[in-house]
Design a protein around this ligand. Structure first.
Ligand code: THU
Length: 160
């Protein structure tokens, strides 16, 4: 028997003015996308913006449905939009932001488990880490150097 430690680290910025120009620009695109979210049921609007290594920025936002489970998260809308448009793409980073019309979202909102799993497929295939940058509407911003650092013991195609 042995005990193993899983270490993960993140950088926490106090506000967007501390981000690099590239990251701040990407977060602004995520904010613009968030404002176009279709979330009439949860009133929780999420926006995501993906930077590809060819410089393209692909955005997405959550799309809800009266049959609740048929809705989709912003991150998966964005990554599938990117994957379908640029099949051989390399994803450099994704910025995510969330805001609610019923409460103030002041804490960083990380991607849900299903979105982490979905994004991991792309990170593994491209053999290059995807930086994840996330925030609420205001407040601090978290940045991790890779998706897999947010998903230890993840499931991938090698198990099949
Ligand atoms: N949502 C996202 O878009 N991304 C996440 O990572 C977490 C949750 C959306 C789904 C739903 O439309 C709303 O937020 C409330 O769960």
């Amino acid at each position: 028997m042995k005990k193993i430690n899983i270490n993960t680290s993140a950088i926490v910025f106090d506000n967007t003015s501390q981000l690099s120009i590239e990251d701040a620009n990407l977060m602004n695109k995520a904010i613009e996308a968030r404002k176009k979210a279709y979330a009439p049921y949860s009133r929780f609007n999420v926006g995501a913006a993906i930077l590809l290594d060819n410089g393209e920025i692909i955005t997405g936002n959550n799309q809800e449905n009266a049959a609740y489970p048929s809705g989709m998260c912003a991150e998966r809308v964005a990554i599938w939009k990117a994957g379908s448009e640029f099949p051989n793409m390399i994803v450099k980073k994704i910025a995510i932001t969330a805001a609610s019309t019923i409460s103030k979202v002041e804490k960083p909102v990380g991607p849900c488990g299903a979105c982490r799993q979905t994004l991991s497929e792309y990170e593994i295939n491209q053999k290059q880490p995807i930086e994840i940058i996330f925030m609420g509407e205001t407040g601090s911003i978290v940045k991790t150097e890779s998706l897999l650092s947010l998903l230890p013991f993840s499931f991938d195609s090698t198990y099949l």
